[in-house]
Design a protein around this ligand. Sequence first.
Ligand code: 13P
Ligand code: ZN
Length: 277
Amino acid sequence: MNILETGFVKGFIRMADDGWKLGWHERNGGNLTYRIKPAEVEEVQRFFDYEKPFQPIGTSVPGLAGEYFMVTGSGKYFRNVILDPADTTAIIEIDEKGENYRILWGLVNGGRPTSELPSHLMNHEVKKRVTDGAHRVIYHCHATNLIALTFVLPLTAEAFTRELWEMATECPVVFPSGVGVVPWMVPGGRAIAVETSKLMEEYDAAIWAHHGLFCSGEDFDLTFGLAHTIEKSAEILVKVRSMQPYKLQTIRPDEFRSLAKDFKVTLPEKFLYEKKL
Ligand code: 13P
Ligand code: ZN
């Protein structure tokens, strides 16, 4: 079997292409990483080349020592992933210290994994721990409406979570723990990775002000679905605010509490504060 016919590789490519089609990946914008299951590593191991040197990740992720990831390449365009996965993506292995990686497959025309590798791996490390290994996907996209909102809403988890929840009844069920917010920071390094991974202790989604969104999930469907739900909500809020600056009616705190009861989710009270419409 060709490596491109493997289930996780097909899922990875489809997700990248879906994000491109929704307009969240202009040029090389966005990146995607998947923590490969041991059985899946076995499936594709015969395609690996172990000759490439280990290189520094730029941060330390001891909780991911020996793990394998499929990643998008730095500077690669999501619109090209479906056309040439071997050029635009890679499979990497983390060393036994969690400080270096090496490319085992892909990036056949040169290049390196996404510049946001420190953020992806630090998020993976947190999520692997707090979900007992369940979460495997970290996705960064430049979701248009959500970015627009980072210019007009306070940059707090309270403001973003509550406004996004109000825009679609299913939102509190899809992301009951809310969304975290990272203020504007220089992307691509360890500092923003540290701030984002702190938020991933509590949330499955973290907004980067004036930049985009990071989502974590168990599989491609759940992670893409989370980003899609958040961006759809942001789009509704942009439309509402474009029509008029205030709402005439909305979902109120006690209604969220009733929803939580029926749908058996816990909604933190810090998001159910009293406020004007
Ligand atoms: P890469 O091309 O290095 O993945 O960077 C794109 C991006 O969105 C940076 O935040
Ligand atoms: Zn980005």
